[in-house]
Design a protein around this ligand. Structure first.
Ligand code: ZN
Length: 229
């Protein structure tokens, strides 16, 4: 019985569901965990992502942290440095476009990176439980979900099943974009950033300079991630 409980705790800890609490809030604690190269501040995390994206754009990706040694290194404990909130689109996998690997990123993906309370809870998890210093909301060029929503809203048609929920989530961005789909992609991305910044749990971490939330746009043509805010 005791062993079972311990196993469960170990599993939870491995998944990051039990943490060292306040210790994980400290950059010093991160450095002391043996992941000295892991970015600690929001700006360091953004710089690491930007460098990785530059490698991806230029065709010089190094595919870091993708070997069995890394798998073993993070098997018992994860210490990711960013949450990427991005679209489900098959052409925008965060670990590839930021040239990162196992244990580096928490990725939360939904159609057109739309959020609801359940998704927001998943986003909160990184900063609140693992001390992750950066959230990137990543929209992308020619987003199919945004395009489909724009057409449905323009024509006044309803999409089947829960697809209509995505359309409704994108309605505010549609109404401010005047039929320009690329503008709608950017407006929606910024809307998600604004909503996350108002999230109580995240806002308190932003106020303490432990977290930044960045909006960005991914070009399918060039592979480049451009910061929006
Ligand atoms: Zn998309």
């Amino acid at each position: 019985m005791t062993a079972k409980i311990m196993n469960r705790r170990a599993v939870l800890r491995g998944a990051g569901l039990i943490t060292g609490g306040l210790l994980l809030d400290s950059g010093v604690a991160h450095a002391a965990t043996g992941t000295a190269t892991r970015p600690v501040t929001p700006d360091e995390a953004w710089a690491t992502l930007r460098e990785g994206n530059r490698r991806w754009v230029s065709g010089t990706a190094t595919r870091p942290h993708q070997d069995p040694a890394r798998r073993a290194e993070v098997a018992q404990k994860q210490d990711p440095y960013a949450v990427i909130v991005s679209c489900i689109d098959s052409r925008v996998p965060p670990e590839i476009v930021f040239d990162a690997g196992i244990g580096d990123l928490l990725t939360v993906r939904s159609a057109a990176q739309t959020i609801d309370p359940l998704v927001t809870g998943a986003i909160e998890y990184g900063p609140a439980e693992l001390g992750v210093p950066l959230i990137v909301v990543l929209g992308h060029q020619r987003c199919g979900a945004v395009t489909a929503a724009a057409h449905a809203l323009h024509d006044g048609t309803k999409l089947p099943g829960d697809l209509q929920r995505i359309v409704e989530a994108l309605r505010p961005a549609y109404e401010r974009s005047h039929g320009d789909v690329d503008k709608m992609i950017r407006v929606n991305t910024m809307d998600v950033v604004a909503r996350l910044k108002k999230d109580k749990l995240l806002a308190s971490r932003i106020a303490r300079k432990r977290l930044k939330i960045v909006g960005a746009y991914y070009s399918l043509d060039t592979g480049e991630v451009t910061r929006l805010v």
